[in-house]
Design a protein. Structure first.
Length: 317
């Protein structure tokens, strides 16, 4: 799909998630994706009377990251786009460098949004990002929910994260940026072959057949996932006796008779409700809890969340 203001506006309005006179934030790295999103949203915000701010993160991983953040900020100042540099030094690690940097950036931006009562946060994830995520998750053995990959809308800490670029390719975005005379900044880490995502990106770029097949797979997964989610929601409602902000009580007889995959998703959804989708929670550890709940009577704990198994009920708090 060609990226222009008309097509972009259609994608944003499919989301139906923004009230009148909203305050919106955009995560901006300075790359072609986030700057294109910001310029399109700035135009849209003027029409809709939204307040908009670009949030730039200086993670200090690279020596020149502070200079780059200031250059991006200065560039946006020239267009009178309100922006803020969020600065905090990330702990250096030898593994999962890109993943840790992404999580750090996300948490810093979301903390700012919470403090300033901003409930709409935009990111520029595009079609290739979704393909890369799908391949990496498939290689890691993700379940159907994980293979659904990046969603246009997700909630985290009461903030709506919105991604209107998912139907646009990287080439679509670059063409738009060039036509709009947007000057963007290149992140050298995007070309480091030691990163798994960069290797996958290279594979997709050099193999059009693989790219086409993955796009078709993703479409099918999304269709199936709609019915899958309905099935999980139905069984969640069937198994839960009572629910409030701090505790969920599940009918044990119903729970133990659910197929493993469905029962496991009921546990995950319960913890998401209790923990308000805490991204630090390691949901894979619930597999051991599931076994305990089926075979034992007692209280079990995983990452400060307690699970009590009685003869007739399971309590999660």
């Amino acid at each position: 799909m060609k990226l222009n203001f008309y097509n972009f506006k259609e994608e944003v309005e499919k989301i139906h998630f923004i009230e009148k006179n909203a305050s919106i934030a955009v995560g901006v790295s300075g790359g072609v994706d986030s700057l294109s999103l910001l310029f399109l949203l700035s135009k849209y915000a003027k029409i809709k009377n939204f307040k908009i701010i670009a949030l730039i993160v200086d993670h200090k991983i690279r020596l020149d990251s502070s200079l780059e953040a200031k250059e991006v900020s200065k560039y946006l100042d020239n267009f009178k786009i309100r922006n803020k540099i969020l600065t905090k030094k990330i702990k250096s690690t030898q593994t999962k460098i890109q993943e840790n940097a992404r999580n750090f950036r996300l948490n810093l931006i979301e903390d700012y949004c919470n403090k300033h009562n901003i409930i709409h946060l935009f990111f520029a994830h595009h079609l290739e990002d979704n393909i890369e995520t799908y391949i990496l998750r498939k290689a890691a053995g993700s379940d159907l929910a994980g293979l659904n990959s990046i969603k246009p809308i997700s909630m985290y800490k009461n903030i709506a994260i919105l991604r209107p670029f998912l139907n646009f390719s990287k080439n679509n975005i670059i063409e738009f940026a060039k036509k709009s005379k947007i000057n963007w900044f290149e992140d050298p880490s995007n070309y480091k072959k030691s990163f798994s995502r960069v290797q996958v990106r290279s594979l997709i770029k050099n193999n059009s057949d693989i790219r086409k097949n993955i796009i078709n797979e993703l479409k099918e997964i999304k269709k199936i996932n709609k019915y899958y989610n309905k099935m999980i929601d139905y069984n969640f409602a069937l198994a839960v006796i009572s629910i409030d902000a701090k505790k969920i009580i599940i009918d044990k007889k119903i729970f133990v008779n659910l197929p493993y995959e469905i029962a496991y998703r009921v546990l995950i959804n319960s913890v998401i409700h209790i923990k308000k989708f805490d991204k630090k929670f390691r949901y894979h550890k619930l597999k051991a809890i599931y076994k305990d709940l089926l075979s034992k009577i007692g209280v079990f704990q995983s990452q400060k969340t307690k699970f009590e198994s009685t003869a007739s009920k399971i309590l999660i708090f």
